[in-house]
Design a protein around this ligand. Structure first.
Ligand code: T46
Length: 138
């Protein structure tokens, strides 16, 4: 799994004078079925979230309101993506270390996830993450 696999998904936009509408269909716009939705909100200025990788979880991250940065790291390459549109989703595949910061005031980050919450799916220690990346490459 590489950061190159983590791409922006341009979601459908139904423009309407009454207000715009965007939708996401699991298995259609994103390469997984959606089993869980969670969101981060009321994030104080200067906060950092993330700081972990998932063993098997696939996610789509959307800035529903405001903006924030996501730092992605596959153990070899890194990239930073600025999220600021509710019609762009960032697909994050398994085995990617992610950190989030630079939240604007009022930012809401919604995440569509392929599985229920499971703490056993997390690497929360960077060195353990790297040693498992190396193990998978052998
Ligand atoms: C990710 C980034 C973008 C639950 O009980 N259920 C849940 O579905 C989630 C996501 C979390 N929790 C609990 C686990 C912790 O006790 O909520 C607490 C905070 O979770 P965490 O420190 O992992 O939160 P973030 O914002 O650092 O990370 C979250 C997701 O965990 C993670 O998958 O990719 O958002």
């Amino acid at each position: 799994m590489t950061v190159e696999k983590c791409q922006i998904v341009d979601l459908p936009r139904i423009n309407d004078p009454r207000g715009n509408l965007t939708f996401v269909e699991g298995g259609h716009h994103i390469p997984f079925d959606i089993e869980r939705v969670y969101y981060l909100y009321d994030v104080p200025g200067g906060s950092e979230r993330g700081g972990h990788a998932h063993k098997a979880l696939h996610q789509l991250v959307i800035a529903m309101s405001g903006s924030f940065d996501i730092h992605l790291d596959d153990g070899h390459s890194k990239k930073i993506i600025h999220m600021n549109r509710s019609y762009y989703g960032l697909y994050v595949c398994p085995m990617i270390w992610r950190e989030m910061d630079n939240f604007s005031s009022g930012a809401v980050c919604m995440v569509l996830a392929s599985s229920y919450y499971d703490e056993a799916d997390y690497y929360r220690n960077y060195d353990e993450f790297i040693s498992n990346v190396e193990k998978a490459e052998k």
